[in-house]
Design a protein around this ligand. Structure first.
Ligand code: CDP
Ligand code: CDP
Length: 214
């Protein structure tokens, strides 16, 4: 069983996906981390994230250890991630790992929850349950600003808003696997919903789907 959760930056994918995976005892993969880790390593080499040769080499050699650390959560790394993510060969290099986890989840888990931009459209188009979360860019900037402010009191809302707008535009406009809703996804506009309300709505859909299968 695969559950796909897509949507733009700070729409609440990770918060939701982690909770759904816990409740169902499924594996969880935050696919954004693969692009963030690639972007962070290219930046660490003082290279340009849009440099195809360097970004592809980094993506091909990514290790599990590269996927952790608070530094990956910064908006600087988010921007670098969205630049490497526009390179078709970077996406190709990261695809297998995502598909393998989705189709053969570890530790005897019976399913997997993946969140990202193209899970329902490209990584797991066969997923039987897909969600697409949205919220206005102002609401999402507010959420991301609050998260960043906890670690860095000097965070600036206007800057977070501008970075999210640029990232939305880059993620939606790219040629390969752009951010877009799969035709068979359930759309949830989270603008006026808190994380608990989104979780309840999603679990209700999952239960309906599961009981229809019985
Ligand atoms: O993974 P993604 O970037 O889509 O978002 P996130 O990091 O899971 O969520 C961003 C922030 O929004 C977190 O602090 C959540 O607690 C908060 N939030 C949410 O996840 N869902 C809502 N409906 C409202 C707020
Ligand atoms: O947490 P947030 O939604 O801000 O970003 P993320 O999910 O960590 O993704 C960072 C960047 O990686 C995105 O802006 C996308 O450009 C890219 N990404 C992607 O292209 N495809 C995915 N499946 C996941 C992330």
């Amino acid at each position: 069983m695969i559950i796909a959760i897509d949507g733009p930056a700070a729409s609440g994918k990770g918060t939701l996906a982690r909770r759904v995976a816990d409740a169902m005892n499924y594996a969880y993969l935050d696919t954004g981390l693969l692009y963030r880790a690639t972007g962070a390593k290219v930046l660490a080499q003082k290279a340009d994230p849009a440099d195809e040769a360097i970004a592809v080499k980094v993506a091909e050699n990514l290790k599990a250890d590269d996927l952790s650390g608070d530094a990956l959560r910064s908006e600087k790394v988010g921007t670098a991630a969205s630049k490497v993510a526009a390179i078709p060969m970077v996406r190709a290099a990261l695809l297998d790992f995502q598909r393998r986890l989705a189709t053969t989840p570890p530790d005897g888990k019976r399913g997997a929850v993946l969140d990202g931009r193209d899970i329902g459209t490209v990584v797991c188009p066969e997923a039987p349950i897909k969600f697409y979360l949205t919220a206005s860019v102002e609401e999402r900037a507010n959420r991301r600003f609050k998260q960043l402010q906890e670690k860095n009191p000097a965070a600036i809302y206007e800057r977070v808003l501008k970075e999210l707008e640029e990232r939305d535009a880059r993620d939606s406009a790219r040629d390969v696997a752009p951010l877009k809703m799969a035709e068979d996804a359930i759309h949830i506009d989270t603008d006026r919903l808190n994380a608990n309300a989104v979780y309840d709505a999603v679990m209700a859909h999952i239960h309906t789907h599961m009981s229809a299968d019985d």
